[in-house]
Design a protein around this ligand. Structure first.
Ligand SMILES: Cc1ncc(COP(=O)(O)O)c(C=O)c1O
Length: 404
């Protein structure tokens, strides 16, 4: 595959309103029309290039959307106020009452909670499946199924979805394959592998500063137009609009994403190899021991690595909590949810980001209570970080001194 997402970002060229190298920020909620007729046409969706009202679209949001569409290789994109503000309108746009979704069971807890607890209130049911087992996925499809939903790299178990095979299944059964690519920007380009819709929480690696929430839906012009339709568009009517000042700042951060992803991946790979060698149960797609290591390799755009996320299992929640507290005390990172920051972030998903998933289901999917999820930072000296982490593990009897 010869898709170069970072080149597409590099090649974007801007001449701002006053010749600035950054586009001017559109600091307006509403826009003037020189004629009443154009206003009417814009409401009807027939006046390209005219802005109406910023919940619908704004120049700054369109700039960011187009940059992300270029990155994912889709026709276009629309940005939203959060990742959930991208996921929920897409699913509600694609499904009506009485219809059905087949979803991976290892997905972000908020998405899981939406599908499990909220969507049924609107008559939309979901079957949760092991996305790595294509026969099980296919068996869950019913005549009412409209959407196949997964994360490329799942949160928090780092399972890898076989996007090409899932896209073939979706095509066979006339479904839309919706993929959340939050954990693997640049590394994997789901639309190029056949996904119909690609979603990101921009909050994470893409913005990379942990200073805002944001989201994006990348897809066809037809879908994005439907989402923005003033009469029945879920993005327009549910109102999860990104603020223009924020979209301008996310666009600026996007330009360094390739450098950051390379460093996140380099550091995560280094630590994963070391932890595994030390005998710690480690999950990282870059390790040969990962069940989908070869699959990831077959889908990836080279250069950006296997991503910045890894998990270790230290055996018990008490040990996990003690380790996270000690690592924070030693300034190795923050005990915090979320991901994609310059510092390492760690949390125990069972009691935090996946706590929406009932305990027995957590056990069934292999989400153990001693699991720590790491979003590895941009540390300049990862060997120093490793040595300090190892010291913490020895101090807490997670590692034996002689093994370390
Ligand atoms: C994989 C994934 N998708 C979606 C979301 C939701 O994004 P946001 O918090 O920006 O709404 C998250 C948040 O943690 C996530 O990890």
């Amino acid at each position: 595959m010869d898709f170069k997402p970072a080149n597409n970002i590099q090649d974007l060229q801007y001449f701002g309103e006053f010749g600035g190298v950054n586009p001017s920020i559109s600091d307006s909620s509403t826009y003037t029309f020189l004629s009443a007729k154009t206003m009417f046409d814009t409401f009807e969706g027939n006046a390209d290039g005219c802005y109406l009202y910023s919940r619908h679209s704004s120049p700054s949001n369109l700039y960011l959307g187009e940059a992300l569409a270029a990155m994912e290789g889709t026709e276009t994109a629309t940005v939203t106020a959060s990742g959930m503000g991208a996921i929920t309108p897409v699913l509600l746009q694609l499904c009506e009452a009485g219809e059905h979704i087949v979803s991976s069971r290892t997905i972000y807890g908020g998405t899981y909670a939406f599908l499990k607890n909220f969507a049924p209130r609107l008559g939309i049911e979901t079957s949760f499946v092991d996305i790595t087992k294509l026969d099980i996925v296919e068996a869950a499809i019913t005549p009412k199924t409209k959407v196949l939903y997964c994360e490329t790299v799942s949160n928090p178990l780092l399972e890898i979805a076989d996007i090409k095979q899932l896209a073939a299944l979706a095509k066979k059964h006339n479904l839309k394959l919706v993929v959340d690519n939050t954990f693997s920007p640049l590394s994997i380009s789901p639309a190029k592998l056949g996904a119909d819709v690609v979603i990101h929480s921009l909050t994470k690696f893409i913005n990379g500063s942990s200073d805002t929430v944001g989201g994006v839906v990348c897809g066809t012009q037809e879908l994005i137009d439907q989402l923005r339709n003033v009469n029945d568009g879920a993005a327009m009517l549910l109102g999860s609009t990104m603020d223009s000042l924020r979209s301008a700042s996310v666009l600026k951060n996007l330009r360094t994403l390739h450098i950051r992803m390379q460093q996140h991946s380099h550091n995560a790979n280094y630590l994963a190899e070391k932890f595994e060698k030390d005998g710690i149960k480690t999950v990282y797609p870059g390790l040969a021991s990962h069940p989908s290591h070869d699959l990831f390799k077959s889908m990836m755009n080279t250069m950006y690595g296997f991503g910045g996320m890894l998990t270790i299992d230290v055996g018990s929640p008490e040990k996990a909590n003690a380790l996270m507290e000690l690592m924070q005390e030693r300034n190795l990172g923050y005990l915090a949810v979320s991901l994609g920051f310059y510092k390492t972030l760690f949390s125990a998903p069972g009691s935090s980001t996946s706590s929406e998933i009932p305990e027995e289901e957590q056990i069934e999917m292999g989400l153990s209570d001693g699991l720590i999820r790491f979003s590895i930072g941009l540390d300049a000296d990862i060997e120093r970080t490793y040595n300090m982490m190892k010291d913490c593990m020895i101090e807490l009897n997670i590692l034996e001194p002689e093994l370390a």
